[in-house]
Design a protein around this ligand. Sequence first.
Ligand code: SAH
Length: 403
Amino acid sequence: MKTIRLREGKERSLQRRHPWIFDSAIAKGGGDPGETVRVESHDGQFLGWAAFSPSSKIRARVWSFDEAQRIDAAFFIAACARSISARARFDVNSDGMRLVHGESDGLPGLIVDRYGDTLVAQFQFAGAERWKDVLADALLAATGLTKLYERSDASTRAQEGLAPVTGWLRGDGPTELTIQEHGWRLTLDIATGHKTGFYLDQRDSRKKMADAAQRLQFQRVLNCFCYTGGFTVAALAGMQAGMRAGGGGMGHVTSIDSSGPALERAAASVALNGFAAENVTFMDADVNASLRQFAAQGQTFDCIVLDPPKFAPTAAHADRAARAYKDINRLAFKILEPGGVLFTYSCSGGINADLFHKIVASAGIDAGVDGFITERLGGAPDHPMTINFPEGEYLKGLVVLRK
Ligand code: SAH
């Protein structure tokens, strides 16, 4: 068994059960890609069993902090079963859900999403890559399913020196799938979509948005960065329910994205739920430019969703990203009607919840708009955050009701 020994003082984060070991913390020792190594403090105390990543800045990730634990097939079978059975206690109103969320589920580098009868997995780091076959079989055994598609094409793999891999790992079948979320039907493609095909992490926010659309009877919704139209369908469903209750006319959703294929899929989901095409406008455009254009034309909305891509993957990008977030939020405030609602998000790991709050606040001040922050939002519960791994909190959102 190979051992890595840490520098003096570098044992502290592991003693608090944080699973990452940076290259700069290691005094000596190493291993092959994905090999399990024993991690010791500078004076030889056992700290954990970790998977070694020779070419990554995060040089090792801990599988277990228990010296008696063997890191073998049985360990991974138990860890997958535990992660999946935990979902039974989460409130997930969908047949699309995250079953394994990496570090937060004790399986660094493994992401697994379930879409109906199909699993999609990302093996992001050398450790998960090395145990891929064991993990694939364990996931199918724990779910009783037969189909597992691999989407190991995230950019993080390049930092590990791993080539991208996509395709069926077990079984095969269609890659175009439909899930049922809150009773809506949403289509996705696990082969070509972002991440594993869909943004499951925004599930609860889509419901909140639908509820607000119903309660406040929105008439003109703007969904920025709409991707495959999750928030678009949510808005339409909410507006339709509000219309039935209140007797008013059906509202309209303008949905913007710069990806043509995503917009086509969004239109397909709108049709699949029986909403009329005339109630939606899809714009293949840049959000920033479109927001400026609406402001110049004096076009306003009573609800705006801003769910941009990750502007700051790490804290090093935070400054530039903060300006980009501020810009779109300022522009959105300018075209939000008094009494209207902004749902605004950041999925950047490099921007924490406090900083995001400050950015949105200063965007409001620059736009000359005040608002009530009625809710702080995070990822859906199947993307859990744990006490020992604060990095798990990557998605944050604010609901702002304009005064
Ligand atoms: N809200 C979506 C997820 C958004 S992901 C959901 O609930 O499913 C971010 C989206 O922003 C992607 O679809 C990407 O194509 C789009 N995008 C990135 N930069 C953009 C830009 N400058 N203008 C418009 N869309 C952009």
